[in-house]
Write a protein that binds this ligand. Structure first.
Ligand SMILES: Nc1ncnc2c1ncn2[C@@H]1O[C@H](COP(=O)(O)OP(=O)(O)O)[C@@H](O)[C@H]1O
Ligand SMILES: [Mg+2]
Length: 426
């Protein structure tokens, strides 16, 4: 089957790798892809979605998979479907679950799905009034997409009010901040849950934890994610069932009622407070780097899962997962997440050690290829993934692989999966 993957990150690379590992003769195309996906298939440069859909038709692309949120919120799925193509991802309307936090919170409230108490408003007076009713810390969120920077955890009422004023005036996030959410702070531990949905049915994947802060011990500013592991031992069957019954099922039923059945990956940011899962937010696509560690844990066909989901036939298949664990360690460029870095040549040592060969791999993200040489382009460059029978084994293997990757200014956290290892040790 010819498959087109939209996106350019490690997430898209890992989906491609999983599909190629099926050895079913699939042929891959990427738009735009990166300096390493060109070794897995063909990189395209067709920015207009109608033109891209025409390309897909002319070239008999049977399935398109969308990685990042921006094309989804822009309506790429609607355009491809108008052209009669099969595409995996939510419609523009359904993508509002991520595109607008106000839409998402109001949806959760309407269908009685657990979430933090909140107000959504564009009135500074109302926002301040609600703030005064809460105890610090207080959470202030911009409505629209802010690249993971639109949430302020204010330590005092004053700090919350400054954040509200700056958002509502358009100063901090432009139009994305012209409506805000003010909400209560939830004190618990955070999980990433992913459900692959076809509008009606869904497959819940093993729960993951990511590491947002740039430095060890969760210090420094937030990033797109510096590493992840799955499955996490912090989730048991009881919690999975609560997430299914209280969050995923009512969300799929609710979106159908809204006339926007949810097809695609529903990423649920969950805060577990005293054993109860509360919805922090939805994303409408895989997390990155969570995708990089979930793909290697799938033992049944990944392409078939996406194809069946895109054709509303998930109920026909059984998706299987390995009993192992996966850990992904992100290697980023020197100045990440503050500013760009000068491109640096990447050297990956040849792997002779059988354990490393068999149980690790690299998912490439911010890289370019110039005259056959791979360069780190800034941002998150790649993810070293290790798989093992325990989290510790998977973690040790991922770090073994990290030791074999070199580029000037490489930056990585040394404590990925610490939450789980601490628990395992106890
Ligand atoms: N109500 C809340 N209580 C505690 N922490 C929160 C709350 N809302 C968000 N956070 C923290 O802020 C982070 C970012 O918020 P989120 O809603 O996921 O927005 P985004 O990912 O779009 O930036 C979350 O991962 C979580 O750590
Ligand atoms: Mg989030």
């Amino acid at each position: 089957m010819k498959i087109l993957i939209l996106g350019s990150g490690g997430r898209e690379y890992s989906i491609a790798l999983a599909i190629l590992n099926e050895k079913n003769g699939h042929e891959l195309f990427f738009m735009p892809g990166n300096g390493a996906t060109c070794s897995l298939g063909t990189n395209l440069n067709i920015k207009d979605y109608n033109e891209l859909a025409q390309f897909a038709k002319d070239n008999d692309i049977e399935l398109t998979i969308v990685g990042p949120e921006a094309p989804l919120v822009d309506g790429v799925v609607d355009i491809f479907k108008e052209h009669g193509l099969t595409i995996f991802g939510p419609s523009k309307k359904a993508a509002q679950l991520e595109g607008s936090k106000v839409y998402m919170k109001n949806f959760l409230a309407k269908y009685d799905i657990p979430t933090a108490r909140y107000i959504e408003t564009s009135s500074i007076e109302d926002a301040f009034k609600f703030t005064d009713k809460l105890t610090a810390p207080i959470v202030v969120k911009a409505d629209g997409l802010c690249g993971g920077k639109g949430v302020i955890i204010a330590q005092s009422h004053d700090e919350a009010k400054i954040a509200i004023s700056e958002m509502l005036s358009g100063k901090s996030f432009g139009d994305a901040g012209l409506k805000v959410i003010v909400e209560e702070f939830l004190d618990g531990y955070e999980l990433s849950m992913f459900a692959v949905c076809d509008g009606e049915d869904y497959i819940l994947l093993p729960a993951a934890q990511d590491h947002k802060r740039v430095m060890d011990n969760d210090q420094g500013p937030n990033t797109g994610g510096m590493g992840a592991y799955a499955p996490t031992p912090l989730v048991d069957e009881v919690l999975y069932q609560k997430v299914r019954d209280r969050i995923i099922r009512p969300t799929l039923d609710g979106m159908k009622k809204e006339g926007a059945p949810f097809e695609g990956v529903l990423f649920i940011g969950v805060m577990v407070v005293k054993g109860e899962p509360i919805t922090l937010e939805f994303n409408v696509r895989f997390g990155d780097p969570e995708c990089e560690i979930l793909m290697p844990l799938m033992t049944s066909s990944v392409s078939d899962m996406f194809y069946k989901a895109a054709t509303n036939r998930l109920g026909e298949i059984k998706v299987e997962f390995s009993k192992q664990f996966a850990v992904g360690v992100v290697m980023a460029s020197a100045n990440y997440p503050y500013s760009n870095s000068t491109p640096a040549e990447i050297i990956v040592d040849d792997v002779y050690h059988e354990e490393v060969q068999k149980y690790t791999h690299i998912s490439y993200a911010g890289v370019s290829m110039v005259d056959g040489v791979l360069y780190a382009d800034g941002g998150r460059v790649l993810v070293c993934v290790g798989v093992g029978d325990t989290i510790k084994e998977a973690r040790d293997r991922a770090y073994m692989r990290c030791g074999q990757v070199h580029f000037a200014g490489k930056k990585l956290r040394t404590d990925i999966a610490y939450q789980a290892l601490f628990k395992e040790a106890k």
